[in-house]
Design a binder for this molecule. Structure first.
Ligand code: PRP
Ligand code: GLN
Ligand code: SF4
Ligand code: MG
Length: 508
C-alpha cells in the first residue's frame, strides 16, 4: 500500500475559539471513472466542515493508497497526486479535530492492516468510550499512530475482521462496542462501506452517479458538485456495502431513538444542502422569520453575519418589513485555521475576516442576525465594528437558543466553562457584547422551522441521547449542571473486553 508523508510538518495547530465546523466524509464507487478527482470535488463541497487536514484513499482492486496531509483540500492535493491515485472506489475526509490533537497522524483516512488487506476509514463525529478499548488493543500489540477516537474505530474493525475473516462482521462488532456520534466511510481494495450511529446523530447520504456508480457524503451539496442524485439517507445503525456485486444493506445495530444533530440545520451544513426534503437555506430563513415574531425590534436595517447569519437575516427582514442590506463584508480568503490562540489574535482574526460597511450602517439602527453565540468573541467584535462604523444602535438576534451545554458527539465545544451562556444570563451576555438588545430563538420556535423528526438538542437542553461516561466528561461540566440521559436506564453501559466479544457466523 502507498503512503505519502512528503509534507509532514508536524507543527501544532492554532486553537480557534469559535464554534468549529465538524468533519466531512465522502465516498465513491465508480469503476472506470476518475474516483480520486470525484472525491477531490466532493471534499471541496464539504470544506466548510473542516479545514485542518484533508485526505483521500483509493482502492484499485489490489491495494489501498492513501494520501493525506494538514491543510485545505486545495493545498493537500496537486494534480499529480490525483493522477497517481487510480482506482475504482475512493473515500475522502476533511477534518476539524475533536479528539487526539491536530498533527499529521490525526489526519484521516486512517488505515489498518489486516494480514495482506488494508482498510481505510474516514469518520465524522466523536466516540465517547474509546479510551479503554484503545488501551486493550495496545496491550494486544496493535500499533497506533495517533490519539484519535477514529483510529481506535479503525483498528477495532481491523481486529474483529481478522478474528472473523469478514469485514462486515468486523464492522458490526465494532459498532456494538463504540458509542457516540459517527458517520463513517470505509474502503478496502474492492469494496466501499458506509455506516452510521444508531441514533443517526451525524448525517450521511447516498447518491447515484448515473448508472455507473454510487456516492456517499455528509451533505447533499457534495452530491450536487459531482453530478450525483440523492437516493436516501444511510439509516441509523445501517451498514451499506458497495462492490462489483452491487449495493447491499444490512442493519448493523438496531436503531435507537432518532437524534439528528439540530445544529446541522442551524450552522454546520451548507445552505444548499437538503435534509429531509428541505433545504438548509429555507430552514434558516424560517428561523429568521420566527425570531422576528418572538423578538421584534424597531430598527432601520437588518444585516446578517456572513456566512451562516445571512439566510435568517433575510427571513427576519421579510417578516418585519425592515429593509435587508449588507452591513459586513467577509474576506473570503481567510481560512479559520489562521486564527490564533490568544484572545488578542482571536479578535484580530474576526477583524481579518469581517469588516463593517459604513455606507449602509452609519446613522442607522441595525438588527444584526447571527446563527449562534458560543464564546461571544464574534458578536463582541462585530458589535464594536458596527458602532465604530456609525451604527446608532445594534440589536443582536440569534436564530437558536443559548448554547449552554457541551457537545460530545462531533463538535469541539466539550468544555462547558468556555460557553458564555453557561456562565452569564442573557442580560449579562448583552452587556458583554455591547449590544443595545439581545434575543435568542426559543427551542420551540426552532423546532417549528425544521422538518419533524427526532433531534439531538443537548447543547441547548443538557438532554443527551447517548450517555457520556463519567471518565470522559470529568471536569467538563460546571458545578450545578447535571446532564440528563432520557433514553437510558441510568446505568453506564459496560464495554465488554475486546477479546471476549463472541463472533457470529460470517455473513459475507
Ligand atoms: O461566539 P463565538 O465563539 O464567536 O462563535 C459563534 C460564531 O462562530 C460561528 O461562525 P464562524 O466564524 O465559525 O463561521 P461562519 O463564517 O460560517 O459563520 C458562528 O456562525 C458564529 O458567528
Ligand atoms: N469533527 C469530527 O468529526 C472529528 C472526527 C474525529 N473525532 C477526529 O477528531 O478526527
Ligand atoms: S449537542 Fe448540539 S452540536 Fe452536539 S450533536 Fe447534539 S445538537 Fe449537535
Ligand atoms: Mg459565523
Amino acid at each position: 500500500m502507498g503512503y505519502d508523508e512528503r509534507f509532514d510538518l508536524r507543527a501544532t495547530v492554532g486553537e480557534d475559539d469559535s464554534l468549529h465546523d465538524e468533519c466531512g466524509v465522502f465516498g465513491v464507487w465508480a469503476p472506470g471513472r476518475d474516483v480520486a478527482r470525484i472525491t477531490y470535488f466532493g471534499l471541496h463541497a464539504l470544506q466548510h466542515r473542516g479545514q485542518e487536514s484533508a485526505g483521500i484513499a483509493v482502492g484499485n482492486g489490489r491495494s489501498v493508497l492513501v494520501r493525506k496531509d494538514r491543510g485545505l483540500v486545495s493545498q493537500v492535493f496537486t494534480d499529480a497526486d490525483l493522477s497517481a491515485l487510480n482506482g475504482k472506489a475512493a473515500i475522502g475526509h476533511v477534518r476539524y479535530g475533536t479528539a487526539g490533537g491536530g498533527g499529521f497522524d490525526a489526519a484521516q483516512p486512517h488505515f489498518s492492516l489486516i494480514d495482506d488487506v488494508t482498510i481505510a476509514l474516514a469518520h465524522n463525529g466523536t466516540l465517547v468510550n474509546t479510551t479503554g478499548v484503545r488501551r486493550e488493543l495496545v496491550q494486544m500489540g496493535v500499533p497506533f499512530r495517533s490519539e484519535t477516537d477514529s483510529e481506535v474505530a479503525c483498528e477495532l474493525i481491523g481486529y474483529f475482521t481478522k478474528k472473523s475473516g469478514h469485514l462486515r462482521v468486523g464492522i458490526r462488532h465494532a459498532m456494538q462496542m463504540i458509542e457516540g456520534g459517527y458517520a463513517m466511510v470505509l474502503l478496502r481494495e474492492n469494496a466501499l462501506y458506509a455506516f452510521r450511529d444508531p441514533n443517526g446523530i451525524r448525517p450521511l447520504v447516498i447518491g447515484a452517479l448515473g448508472t455507473e456508480g454510487w456516492v456517499v457524503a455528509s451533505e447533499t451539496c457534495a452530491l450536487d458538485i459531482v453530478g450525483a442524485t440523492f437516493v436516501r439517507d444511510v439509516r441509523p445503525g445501517e451498514i451499506v456495502r458497495i462492490s462489483d456485486g452491487g449495493i447491499l444493506s444490512e442493519q448493523g445495530l438496531e436503531p435507537r431513538p432518532e437524534a439528528q444533530c439540530i445544529f446541522e440545520d442551524v450552522y454546520f451544513s451548507r445552505p444548499d444542502t437538503v435534509i429531509r426534503g428541505r433545504s438548509i437555506y429555507s430552514m434558516r430563513y424560517e428561523m429568521g422569520r420566527q425570531l422576528a415574531r418572538e423578538a421584534p425590534v424597531d430598527a432601520d436595517l437588518v444585516i446578517g453575519v456572513p456566512d451562516s447569519g445571512m439566510p435568517p437575516a433575510e427571513g427576519y427582514a421579510a417578516q418585519t418589513g425592515i429593509p435587508f442590506g449588507e452591513g459586513l463584508i467577509k474576506n473570503r480568503y481567510v481560512a479559520r485555521t489562521f486564527i490564533q490562540p490568544t484572545q488578542e489574535m482571536r479578535e484580530m482574526g474576526v477583524r481579518m475576516k469581517l469588516n463593517a460597511l459604513s455606507d449602509n450602517v452609519a446613522g442607522r439602527r441595525v438588527v444584526m442576525v447571527d446563527d449562534s453565540i458560543v464564546r461571544g468573541t464574534t458578536s463582541k467584535q462585530i458589535v464594536r465594528m458596527l458602532k465604530e462604523a456609525g451604527a446608532t444602535e445594534v440589536h443582536v438576534r440569534i436564530n437558536c437558543p443559548e448554547v449552554k451545554w457541551p457537545c460530545f458527539y462531533g463538535i469541539d465545544t466539550d468544555v462547558q466553562r468556555q460557553l458564555i451562556s453557561a456562565n452569564k444570563s442573557v442580560e449579562e451576555v448583552r452587556d458583554y457584547i455591547g449590544a443595545d438588545s439581545l434575543a435568542f430563538l426559543s427551542l420551540e420556535g426552532l423546532r417549528r422551522c425544521v422538518p419533524e423528526c427526532g433531534y439531538c438538542d443537548a447543547c441547548y437542553t443538557g438532554r443527551y441521547p447517548v450517555r457520556i461516561p463519567e471518565a470522559f466528561s470529568a471536569g467538563k461540566f460546571l458545578d450545578g449542571f447535571a446532564p440528563t440521559f432520557p433514553y437510558d436506564d441510568g446505568e453506564e453501559a459496560s464495554v465488554p473486553p475486546v477479546e471476549d466479544v463472541r463472533m457470529d457466523a460470517p455473513r459475507d
